[in-house]
Ligand binder design. Structure first.
Ligand SMILES: *[C@@H]1O[C@H](CO)[C@@H](O)[C@H](O)[C@H]1NC(C)=O
Ligand SMILES: [Zn+2]
Length: 479
């Protein structure tokens, strides 16, 4: 059934970012949004996420075109349950600039994070694609960080690199894996991971601790996080980021033209392309839309599971570092720490009700029902909830915005996402290590281009989050 979109749109003058307008829907329950989220022509950011508000209602953020807003207002006119509001971003400060040139001078200058600087210090711009590469090179030069050239070139011919540090040359000693920059427009993710690793290395060398806002960490904590072995893949989608930084178009996907060669039909959503229930039409309840088969959708799943070079490169890191136990994918922007699973609610009672069991094909993804819930051993569920909660608590304690932890399915399912793929490997691939998958959604809802002050606050928040996530993971266990 369709709920009606009541009252007129709240009309305000709005700055256009690309041709997408940030809006939010408001309704008495999250279920009111089901028809809206099932329309794969709409853009809900990383994944649709309805949030409870102080007045007992729910909001759902989206980026819509004028045509889509017009369509929805007509479609839902006459009933007062759902309202749509444009976000007034005219009062916002200008978005943070992108670096020009190369602040790290091809690796001659070492990156230095906020955790080792005086309180109130700031970074003055977001790294451009070249700077992300030369920052990693700077860590190689200054600290002997190791790098791995990943096997596949991107559609536009970029070579991709992952880096590793802290546990020596034996790649089977590395337990923590971070990636960023999968969704091009989610500005600041690569910067956050690079500056954090820079902080760890500088503090370790100087024998000091780290400070992020009101959160402090000791040198012993820094050393224990490094000793866990950190692998980081700071820029998963260089083609998309190059395009986004030059166009300011809120570009999300990669730039593969195989399935579409113009406008929004270009590109695959890398975070729906992983080999986890990828072929959602077969595996999910037909009424669910965890991804899209349409090339022009922001959640277009690609031409096959792991069809994209970026996805294959991301997966190759598990093969190079076979004992990775904990994975964090850095996204924005909702202010959440998400833990497995994302395809359905989790349950720990029926081992046979799992993503590999064909008996449940066509039943997955509907929430609040009993037809299907994804299996997870009870001990794993307890552990990951606790790690996610500690991460959110640390991020909140920095003193900026509030963060919450929740299961990644939230109120709507996804397929083919990096965090679920990470955890699924243990069951799907004989001999694969068990990897707990998390997604950090830093920043404010639909605010993909932070202001300079938000960009700096995001660095502090996430870096404290990375510290406590790592410490909590170490406490649960690395083997
Ligand atoms: C999705 O929304 C568009 C308008 O924005 C509309 O044309 C289309 O019919 C909708 N699709 C479905 C399946 O409702
Ligand atoms: Zn994202």
């Amino acid at each position: 059934m369709k709920y009606a979109l009541a009252s007129a749109l709240v009309l305000q003058s709005t700055v256009v970012l690309g041709n997408l307008l940030p809006v939010h829907f408001k309704a008495p329950t999250a279920q009111h949004f089901l028809d809206i989220v099932r329309n794969d022509t709409y853009d809900f950011g990383c994944r649709p996420n309805a949030k409870a508000t102080d007045d007992g209602k729910f909001t759902l953020h989206a980026l819509l075109t004028e045509d889509q807003i017009a369509y929805l207002s007509k479609e839902y006119e006459n009933v007062a349950d759902i309202t749509i509001h444009r976000l007034d971003i005219t009062k916002r400060a200008a978005t943070a600039p992108i670096g020009t040139g190369d602040r790290f001078q091809a690796g001659a200058v070492t990156p230095s994070g906020l955790g080792t600087k005086a309180s109130g210090s700031t970074i003055s711009s977001i790294m451009n694609v070249k700077e992300i590469g030369s920052a990693v090179q700077g860590l190689v030069s200054a600290y002997g960080v190791g790098t791995v050239t990943l096997p596949y070139k991107t559609f536009n011919g970029a070579t991709q690199t992952a880096a590793y540090v802290g546990a020596g040359t034996d790649k089977s000693q590395y337990r923590l894996y971070f990636s960023a920059g999968m969704h091009a427009r989610e500005r600041g993710g690569p910067d956050q991971i690079i500056y954090w690793v820079s902080d760890l290395l500088a503090a370790s060398k100087a024998g000091t601790g780290l400070t992020y806002g009101k959160k402090t960490y000791t040198n012993a904590q820094v050393k224990s996080v490094l000793a866990a072995g950190i692998v980081f893949f700071p820029l998963v989608n260089p083609d998309g980021v190059t395009y986004d930084q030059s166009s300011g178009s809120l570009w999300r996907k990669n730039r593969n033209t195989k399935s579409g060669s113009s406008g929004s039909s270009i590109g695959v959503d890398i975070n729906r392309n992983f080999d986890f229930l990828w072929n959602f039409r077969k595996y999910f309840d037909p009424s669910e839309a965890p991804a899209s088969t349409s090339p022009s959708s922001e959640t277009f799943y690609g031409s096959a599971a792991a069809s994209e070079s970026e996805t294959k490169n991301h997966v190759s890191v598990y093969d190079s570092f076979p004992k990775i136990r904990w994975f964090m994918d850095i996204h924005s922007a909702t202010g959440d720490i998400l833990y497995n699973w994302g395809d359905d609610e989790l349950q720990s009672t029926s081992t046979t009700m799992n993503f590999l069991n064909a008996a449940y094909d066509g039943k997955r993804g509907a929430l609040g029902d009993t037809a299907y819930k994804e299996y997870m051993p009870a001990a794993d569920a307890t552990n990951i909830k606790s790690v996610a909660a500690k991460t959110a608590t640390a991020m909140k304690a920095v003193g900026g915005r509030s963060y919450t932890s929740m299961q990644s399915v939230g109120l709507y399912a996804t397929s083919g996402a990096s965090d679920d793929y990470a955890f699924s490997r243990y069951w799907a691939k004989p001999g694969a290590n068990k990897v707990h998958g998390f997604t950090m959604e830093f920043g404010y809802s639909t605010n993909f281009y932070p202001t300079l002050s938000e960009f700096n606050q995001n660095i502090l928040d996430t870096n404290a989050g990375f510290m406590d996530w790592s410490l909590a993971a170490i406490a649960v266990g690395l083997d």
